[in-house]
Design a protein around this ligand. Structure first.
Ligand code: ATP
Ligand code: MG
Length: 451
């Protein structure tokens, strides 16, 4: 059962009405209460989103004082709660007063069931809508850079630093494990820079065969080699006035490293097979998931090039070190994919959130994005669970228990203890626990305890 299943609380001192309404609304998870105190206990324990509230309740059966007090207390407990007032015909004025106090709507007694059904459905709908909007607005607060979601302090600091270096032409290098968002960062940096209206050209040095990479980057003249039938310009020239993103820079072959260094020193390039030096204005951003210090030590990467590329370096932390980000990002991807798939997935089950938190995400944000996408195609319900996500249920659920779960656990423990102590004497146990016998019976029933 997810925390967000639809729960309706029916508060009326008339047992017949409670029974009838419970039956009418059996499509929801229903709870009943006969007075204000019981209503509050249930609201605290079961967190209903919608309440049907009778104004005239004992001890004030003639006036609305108990109903008003219950309304105030319910709203204090959860300001989003939708309270629908059931009022006698002669109480219209009181119903209006209740609305002024924060009730959602009212329905005159004897209730018109069809009308009440509509009011209740709408109340649930609006409750969900508000909760969704709240979720989205908190998401909006976590977009420090375009297309980048995070609430991790270290990342936020890093985003600020990226903003600061964006205005200059300094060469920036992003390091970090695969899928940590190096390209997202590079694109943001470009968009924040004075070059934003010019091109951002990305090239993956690992994806292009060594013999083609030089021409890809620097272009070639006609007849430079067999098959070079036309003069072709390379990525450097295409990126002129803009930004060139050299991804997987550690994979660049030594000969090209020398040519890149020459560009970084004097800002000229030569096409393959050409003699002309072409002056270019290109900002270089590079990225790697390798340890370049090791690559230099083993002679695979030039030290002088390293220092030219790395005027400023940003190391992106892996997702497992960004506290809370995994679930935040999951919510973001669910929303994103929902739009594209036109799927109506509302979020994650509590178990799924816990499992996402506990998992180490070796493939980082890319892996998370892929898992969410796949899960959304497979998901049968409204909430993604651990099976959809193909994640082990977390053993660390203690961290993500809801207040209610903690309370129930404590209640179960103390009641079992007192029952054992009194050898299952209900009256005596109730006395020790400071509650009435019926309340103890009710609690035992709800908690699955047997005397
Ligand atoms: N903070 C973030 N918020 C939202 N989406 C992100 C974030 N970081 C990464 N992504 C998304 O995750 C995916 C991987 O990001 P990106 O390609 O930038 O990673 P990378 O570090 O370049 O990975 P690789 O080393 O494998 O090339 C992309 O789809 C990107 O949009
Ligand atoms: Mg990348």
């Amino acid at each position: 059962m997810t925390k967000s299943s639809q729960k309706l609380l029916i508060v009326d001192d008339d047992a017949g009405i409670r029974k009838q309404l419970k039956w009418t609304f059996d499509r929801f998870e229903t709870f009943t209460a006969a007075d204000r105190k019981e209503a509050l206990t249930v609201a605290r324990r079961d967190e209903p989103q919608v309440v049907l509230l009778d104004l005239a309740m004992p001890p004030d059966l003639k006036g609305p004082s108990e109903g008003f007090a219950a309304l105030d207390e319910l709203l204090a407990l959860n300001p989003k709660i939708r309270v629908i007032i059931a009022s006698g015909n002669d109480e219209r004025e009181n119903a209006l007063k209740a609305i002024q106090r924060g009730a959602y709507d009212f329905c005159a007694k004897p209730v018109d069931i069809a009308l009440l059904n509509m009011i209740v459905d709408r109340a649930f709908y609006l409750y969900d809508l508000e909760a969704e909007n709240e979720r989205l607005s908190t998401l909006k607060n976590h977009i420090p850079l375009d297309g980048l979601i995070t609430a991790c302090p270290k990342m936020l600091q890093l985003c600020k630093a990226v903003e600061q270096v964006a205005s200059s032409d300094i060469s920036v290098m992003f390091t970090g494990e695969s899928g940590t968002g190096k390209e997202v960062m590079a694109r943001s940096l470009h968009r924040l820079s004075p070059r934003s209206s010019e091109k951002f050209i990305a090239i993956n040095c690992a994806a292009i065969p060594e013999n083609l990479l030089e021409s890809e980057l620097f272009g070639h003249e006609k007849g430079a080699y067999t098959g070079a039938v036309n003069r072709t310009i390379g990525k450097f020239e295409t990126a002129n006035k803009g930004t060139l993103f050299l991804d997987e820079i550690a994979e660049m072959p030594p000969a090209l490293q020398a040519k890149l260094l020459r560009f970084l020193q004097d800002r000229f390039i030569e096409r393959v097979g050409g003699r002309e030096s072409i002056k270019l204005d290109v900002r270089i951003i590079s990225a790697t998931n390798k340890n370049l210090k090791e690559e230099m030590a083993s002679g695979h990467f030039r030290e002088d090039l390293y220092y030219r590329l790395n005027e400023v370096a940003f190391a992106l932390p892996p997702l497992r070190d960004r506290q809370g980000d995994a679930v935040l990002l999951a919510a973001y991807f669910i929303q994103l994919v929902s739009k594209n798939l036109n799927a109506h997935i509302k979020g994650l089950t509590a178990d799924a959130s816990a499992a996402i938190n506990a998992y180490s995400w070796p493939g980082n944000i890319r892996e998370l994005e892929n898992r969410i996408k796949r899960a959304m195609v497979l998901c049968q319900g409204k909430y993604l669970n651990t099976v959809d996500l193909d994640l082990e249920p977390s053993t660390k659920t203690a961290q993500t228990q809801t207040l209610r779960q903690v309370r129930e656990k404590a209640e179960r423990e103390i009641i079992a203890q007192v029952l054992a102590q009194t050898r299952d004497n209900i009256s005596q146990s109730a006395k020790i626990l400071g509650i009435s016998r019926p309340t103890l019976y009710e609690l035992m029933k709800n908690l699955g305890l047997k005397a």
